[in-house]
Design a protein around this ligand. Structure first.
Ligand code: GAL
Length: 429
């Protein structure tokens, strides 16, 4: 018999989205421009009207509530708010005020991300994250939003997945501007870390109440490919770039390697109330030639993988939560999910990953939310619409919302505030 795994009272259950992936019509950002060039998105699609969530948010939130959710994470599209440098568009601010009103009306606690991969075209043209102006511009944007949206926002998340931004845009070259230049990547990594502190402080200074503020770090669980000293060293430098640089950087207020030498920065130390954690998979690292002197070993063919090719590895989720304990901040799971065409696999994935959250809580980690990626299937960046991450499908020309079986598995857990006995029996050995 399975045993129910109870979560603490007040635990947040919901989903996460990002403006560009669901809203549709985000014409003023660098992703839109890059999509129009052709050849950059694997399946040949472009974001287009996406899930038309810009117009259908109220209907979407009503459905999420029906499906048992009590919270929702979304992002504000900076390129709508500031379509030209220094010009604020009040109509778009009003749009997000309506989004927040709708969330509150449906009983969904909002978690608001300020930067989720997209840059206004004017900012990208200045060099985006590599520009020395980046921290000033992000600080100003964060302050503006905190003032405008006021106490409708209890949770602010500053930047989504800081390590991905330089890695995907300036090392792997798979996100715009698709460059491969380690020097630019390190400039971006430094400006992003500086911006995390500056945005935190700007929100604190401008919000009329005392919101809870934090970054969203996507930790991968890093393991060396072998016991050799070379592989262990390579894994350590990968881990430092991906995890330690950001976490220790904020805790200690320093720019550590690989982007700095440990120099202190004013206003960065302790600039977080909480840690947002995204988790998808592990990374097995071996020493190699080339950038950073390492390479990632692909998962074995017989391992369980997603359609993204990522290995399903719940143990790494647990290990990452445990590692966060040392920072002494509450942990909010801000993303976890799977790209798959097999919704049965998603059901099993979500239950198995929630078991790890439960295990982490049992072992003293203060985890307070599980926000699944994602609510509806949506535009999966350079992969396009082919990748399906949603609990809810969008079908036909009218993008009809159709909950998948996993949406009901999730509902059962959200309503019981537990992995129920029945689900434990079905999905957990
Ligand atoms: C995250 C990202 C999301 C979503 C997800 C699934 O890295 O924040 O926007 O794309 O991955 O790949």
């Amino acid at each position: 018999m399975g045993e129910a795994l109870k979560f603490p009272d007040g635990f947040y259950w919901g989903t996460a989205t990002a403006s560009h992936q669901v809203e549709g019509g985000c014409r003023n950002n660098q992703w839109w421009a890059w999509e129009q060039e052709g050849g950059n998105i694997k399946d040949g699609t472009t974001s287009g009207i996406a899930c038309d969530h810009y117009n259908r948010f109220d209907e979407d939130f009503a459905l999420q509530r029906e499906l048992g959710h009590n919270s929702h994470r979304f992002s504000i599209e900076w390129s709508r708010i500031e379509p030209e440098e220094g010009r604020w568009d009040g109509k778009e601010v009003d749009h997000y005020k309506r989004v927040l009103e709708s969330l509150h009306k449906h009983g969904l606690t909002p978690f608001v991300t300020l930067h989720h991969f997209t840059n206004p075209i004017w900012f990208e043209d200045q060099g985006g994250w590599t520009s020395p102006k980046a921290p000033d511009l992000l600080e100003r944007f964060a302050g503006h939003m905190a003032k405008e949206l006021g106490d409708a926002v209890p949770f602010w998340l500053t930047i989504n997945e800081p390590p991905v931004l330089p890695a995907a845009s300036y090392i792997a070259g798979v996100h715009p501007p698709a460059k491969r230049d380690f020097r630019l990547a390190m400039k971006a990594a430094k400006n992003i870390l500086l911006s995390l502190g500056r945005m935190h402080n700007a929100i604190r200074a401008n919000a009329p109440h005392k919101p809870i503020i934090g970054p969203v770090i996507n930790m991968t669980y890093v393991m060396p490919a072998s016991d050799s000293d070379d592989d262990k060293e390579a894994a350590q430098s990968f881990d430092q770039y991906w995890n330690g640089y950001w976490l220790d950087g904020i805790r200690d207020g320093i720019i550590g390697p690989p982007a700095g030498d440990g120099e202190s920065v004013d206003g960065l130390k302790g600039a977080w109330d909480i840690i947002g954690l995204n988790y998808y998979s592990r990374s097995v690292i071996a020493k190699a030639g080339g950038v950073m002197g390492l390479r990632q070993i692909p998962p074995p063919m017989d391992s369980e993988r997603s359609t993204m090719g990522w290995e399903v590895y719940p143990e790494g989720f647990y290990q990452n939560m445990l590692r966060l304990k040392q920072y002494g901040k509450p942990v909010y799971i801000t993303e976890n999910g799977i790209g798959t065409d097999d919704d049965g696999q998603r059901c099993s994935y979500v239950v198995r990953h929630l078991r790890e959250v439960h295990r982490a809580i049992q072992n003293g980690v203060d985890v307070r939310s599980y926000l699944h990626w994602s609510s509806t299937d949506n535009f999966e960046w350079a992969e396009g619409y082919r990748q399906k991450f949603g609990l809810i499908a969008t079908e036909g020309d009218d993008l009809k919302r159709v909950p998948k079986p996993s949406a009901y598995v999730f509902k059962e857990m959200a309503e019981a505030n537990a992995v129920t006995e029945g689900l434990a029996e079905q999905y957990l050995e």
